[in-house]
Design a protein around this ligand. Structure first.
Ligand SMILES: Cc1cc2nc3c(=O)[nH]c(=O)nc-3n(C[C@H](O)[C@H](O)[C@H](O)COP(=O)(O)OP(=O)(O)OC[C@H]3O[C@@H](n4cnc5c(N)ncnc54)[C@H](O)[C@@H]3O)c2cc1C
Ligand SMILES: *[C@@H]1O[C@H](CO)[C@@H](O)[C@H](O)[C@H]1NC(C)=O
Ligand SMILES: *[C@@H]1O[C@H](CO)[C@@H](O)[C@H](O)[C@H]1NC(C)=O
Ligand SMILES: *[C@@H]1O[C@H](CO)[C@@H](O)[C@H](O)[C@H]1NC(C)=O
Ligand SMILES: *[C@@H]1O[C@H](CO)[C@@H](O)[C@H](O)[C@H]1NC(C)=O
Length: 605
């Protein structure tokens, strides 16, 4: 296409406002014939989605018809550990499941991320599956569905996704979109749900010169909904010259599902902002089942909302197009301080204070810093400091003030340094492989530049409170406002406060998903009111990140989206007025609750 044609096309598209067909009228009043199930809990009344056993649950003929529409890719979901049990007692009946070889395979792969990712509806963090039916050596134990979904569409085409959305909407079913299952907040599982699994959308297409979004003319890549970071980065690295794109620090997270809809931060964030900031276009299916293009000119509001406005809130992404960039030589440094260096707690926390006090200095010099604090009690594990475009000498120059301060206080540590001809090589060599199959309640908060400058002692007190409470933290130092021009800060829906954040923390409260309910309530209370409260109080200029947060973050609208929330709420009401989609604490879910011990999803009347 020649330039003139492109300009004309853009002008024409500009005239096409966000247009959305009206869905079926809301039947919020909730009579069973309309598919709503009325329930009471405490003193409240609820209109709930339709579940197995309810009279509105679709009959066999309807499911058969759906199965035909999705090319036979509808599967009854059986929990992954079921082959280790004699039988599985699911909502659709009891089936014999024992299979020794399969059980061995599941058991030995349980902590392998890719194994869990490729299952229809497993969750890498098991807390929100209710930790039911884990692999066992006792086959006579009970295997139930817990909070795993009931059925899954293993979608292969956009038509399959449309069929799933339409079926869930028409029958008022709980719908869960599931890509890799990395979600920390339980958003890729759901009791009694129908899943749309997007893992098979694996197309990757590079272009040297992107053309359709009007203003940007650089290199780009279009990825299917199921593409994971390592796939696209490996292919991008094979190009000449090697290219990179913004991804998370974790190679197995998807790049077109939850990551971009939450924002998506990573080692390149200092240069290009969030993954969402680099998005050029989405193909997305909205709650009415319509496949839409969303970019700066077509459906611009939807485009904006999909860029950090919250996962599974505005539609199902089928494919996404992102900017790509030239890769650069890079260097990295590891740092460990633990009880092998000092058992003196005062000295250890002095080391943490020194390290963390330089967070603004690190990001101002373009460093990305990934660290863990308190995973084994008294330990700091920086893995690694990353200098993209920096030689080892340049990286060490940025770190030198920290080394000097350590030396002055007699702090010893272990460190190593490495350099690579590309960031891609560093990414593969220096970042550690992460594990699936563990259970924990996770939360998080981020720290603003002003918090570090004005009240660093309070931040250190908060860190000690958290580690002292038996929790630990994963920190990510970057600045999403460092390289991205100010004029582009508003092009994503992420909380505007993120542009001045210098450290984004995940907090972890380890707990089995099948722990007694009282223990779960106590852990949730500790996460919200002790661990995260300590950070919120110490860092009033920070905010929370929807993908790495307490699902029950207080005042979540403000914490996750700040001044962007009212616009997101309006867009949600326009594209999904009846709540076909649901993910906890996303725009427009104020009236929705999972009642009856986290099972039935209902709208409060
Ligand atoms: C080990 C690990 C490391 C991580 N590192 C980072 C990091 O460096 N940076 C960062 O920003 N985040 C990071 N995260 C958090 C990550 O952003 C979230 O877990 C994210 O939700 C993963 O998205 P997914 O699509 O891969 O996973 P899923 O669990 O499959 O989906 C997550 C959410 O997105 C929705 N969703 C998925 N696909 C679609 C789609 N096509 N259309 C609409 N909705 C969809 C799901 O319904 C769900 O609500 C990390 C998580 C883990 C477990
Ligand atoms: C859907 O159809 C396929 C192919 O006929 C079949 O194998 C599968 O069991 C069906 N799914 C359900 C839930 O019946
Ligand atoms: C989930 O686990 C809790 C215990 O933590 C249990 O009381 C509850 O019945 C379980 N629910 C389901 C649906 O498995
Ligand atoms: C621990 O370290 C602190 C700070 O350096 C020092 O003041 C204190 O004397 C040390 N305590 C012991 C028991 O060595
Ligand atoms: C690493 O650095 C050394 C010198 O410091 C240099 O000779 C070498 O080429 C570098 N390697 C890469 C892969 O950049």
């Amino acid at each position: 296409m020649k330039g003139g044609v492109v300009v004309w096309l853009c002008a024409a598209l500009l005239l096409a406002q966000d247009a959305v067909a009206k869905g079926p009228a809301a039947s919020a009043a909730g009579d069973e014939s309309s598919g709503w199930v009325l329930r009471r809990e405490g003193s409240s009344s609820y209109a709930c989605k339709c579940y197995p056993g309810d009279s509105c649950w679709p009959n066999h003929a309807k499911w058969r018809k759906l199965n035909a529409t999705v090319g036979g890719n509808l599967k009854v979901n059986i929990p992954p550990g079921a082959p280790c049990y004699n039988s599985f007692e699911g909502p659709l009946g009891e089936v014999n499941t024992y299979d020794e070889a399969e059980c061995d395979r599941v058991t030995s792969n349980w902590h392998n991320e890719q194994f869990q990712i490729e299952l229809p509806a497993a969750s890498l963090w098991t807390y929100f599956t209710n930790d039911t039916c884990r692999p066992t050596t006792n086959p006579s134990d009970t295997c139930t569905l817990g909070y795993y979904p009931v059925l899954a569409i293993i979608a292969k085409t956009a038509g399959h996704i449309q069929a799933g959305i339409n079926f869930a909407r028409e029958n008022n079913l709980r719908l869960v979109v599931r890509n890799t299952g990395h979600d920390f907040l339980g958003r890729s599982v759901g009791w009694g749900a129908l899943v749309i699994n997007t893992h098979n959308f694996q197309d990757i297409k590079f272009t040297g010169q992107h053309r359709s979004a009007c203003s940007y003319r650089g290199s780009a890549v279009t990825v299917g909904a199921g593409v994971q970071a390592f796939e696209v980065l490996t292919q991008a690295n094979a190009l000449s010259p090697p290219k990179i794109m913004v991804t998370g620090e974790c190679a197995t997270v998807g790049v077109a599902g939850g990551l971009v809809q939450g924002g998506g931060h990573g080692p390149l964030t200092n240069f290009y902002g969030f993954l969402a900031d680099t998005a050029l276009q989405f193909k997305v299916i909205t709650a009415d089942g319509v496949l839409r293009t969303a970019n700066a000119k077509t459906n611009p509001e939807l485009f904006w909302a999909l860029r950090g406005g919250g996962p599974a809130a505005f539609g199902v992404i089928v494919e996404a197009t992102y900017k790509t960039f030239d890769d650069k030589l890079s260097s990295g440094v590891h740092l460990d301080i633990d009880t092998s260096h000092t058992t003196n707690a005062t000295l250890f926390w002095e080391a943490v204070r020194i390290f963390h006090g330089y967070s603004t200095h690190f990001v101002d010099n373009g460093l990305y810093v990934y660290y863990e604090l308190g995973t084994t009690g008294q330990n700091l594990h920086v893995h690694p400091f990353v200098g993209i475009g920096k030689t080892p000498a340049e990286l060490q120059a940025v770190l030198q003030p920290m080394w000097d301060d350590f030396a002055e206080l007699g702090i010893t540590y272990t460190t190593s340094s490495a350099n690579y001809s590309t960031f891609y090589d560093l990414f593969n060599a220096m970042f550690e492989t992460e594990m699936a199959g563990n259970s924990a309640l996770t939360g998080g908060w981020s720290i603003g530049r002003r918090d570090v400058e004005d009240s660093h002692p309070a931040i250190m007190d908060a860190f000690q409170t958290i580690v002292g409470a038996g929790s630990f933290m994963i920190g990510h130092m970057w600045s999403a406002g460092h390289g991205l021009p100010r004029s582009e800060w508003g092009s994503s829906a992420v909380n505007p406060r993120f542009r001045t954040v210098v450290d984004k923390l995940i907090t972890v409260v380890p707990l089995a998903g099948n722990a007694p309910l009282a223990d779960k309530a106590a852990a949730q209370d500790k996460l919200t009111n002790v661990v995260d409260a300590a950070l919120r109080n110490a860092a009033p200029n920070g905010c929370a990140y929807i993908n790495e947060a307490d699902p029950y973050e207080p005042n979540w609208q403000h914490a996750f989206w700040g001044t962007n929330y009212p616009a997101l709420l309006r867009i949600r009401q326009k594209y999904d007025p009846n709540g076909v989609f649901y993910a906890v604490s996303t725009p427009g879910t104020e009236k929705w609750e999972q009642i009856e011990t986290g099972t039935r999803l209902c709208r409060k009347l």
